[in-house]
Design a protein around this ligand. Sequence first.
Ligand code: PRP
Ligand code: ADE
Length: 178
Amino acid sequence: ERAAALRDVASLIRAVPDFPSPGILFRDITPVLRDPAAMAAALRLHLDAVADLAGSIDRIVGVESRGFLFGMPIAHALGVGFVPARKPGKLPAATVTQAYALEYGEGTLHMHADAIDAGDRVLLVDDLLATGGTAGAAARLVQRLGGEVVAGLFLIELPFLKGRERLAPLRVEALLPF
Ligand code: PRP
Ligand code: ADE
């Protein structure tokens, strides 16, 4: 059942101290991805968390790069399109851009200016919610293009960094708090 699936997935998330910088405990999802049963369970858990949104979402936005991993299969399962939010220098056509800070640095996200239609209802997907800086920037890009972010969906949440509060009043679905 759901609790067992969550336990199985959680048991494969590896904690790596001092990566990418001293004092950061990095939550590594690659052991989940390489295990087909865990990967399938994780995908199912994501879909169950937003089951009520099926049919009312127009687009998934996934954040480079780990937000692509579950973002694409979720989009496919929901029967909607996928839009990548990318780091600088990657998207070839005209973009909108937003700077942000995250737990261990800062960056800029780009989205193609024609990727979101006005009125699009968007589900934002990333592997991990820490400070919420990254997700907040992606949400801002969607809003600047006239879209509405309906919810943010994350495999992992680090509640001590209060990303959920930062994203409020956005609906946040996170499967595993650490
Ligand atoms: C990680 C993670 C989220 C973000 C969360 O991405 O995948 O996107 O940090 O942190 P925040 O809530 O404090 O903003 P990272 O920038 O390391 O890039 P990657 O996905 O390419 O590894
Ligand atoms: N992104 C931001 N903080 C992180 C962490 N502690 N582990 C993995 N990804 C992250």
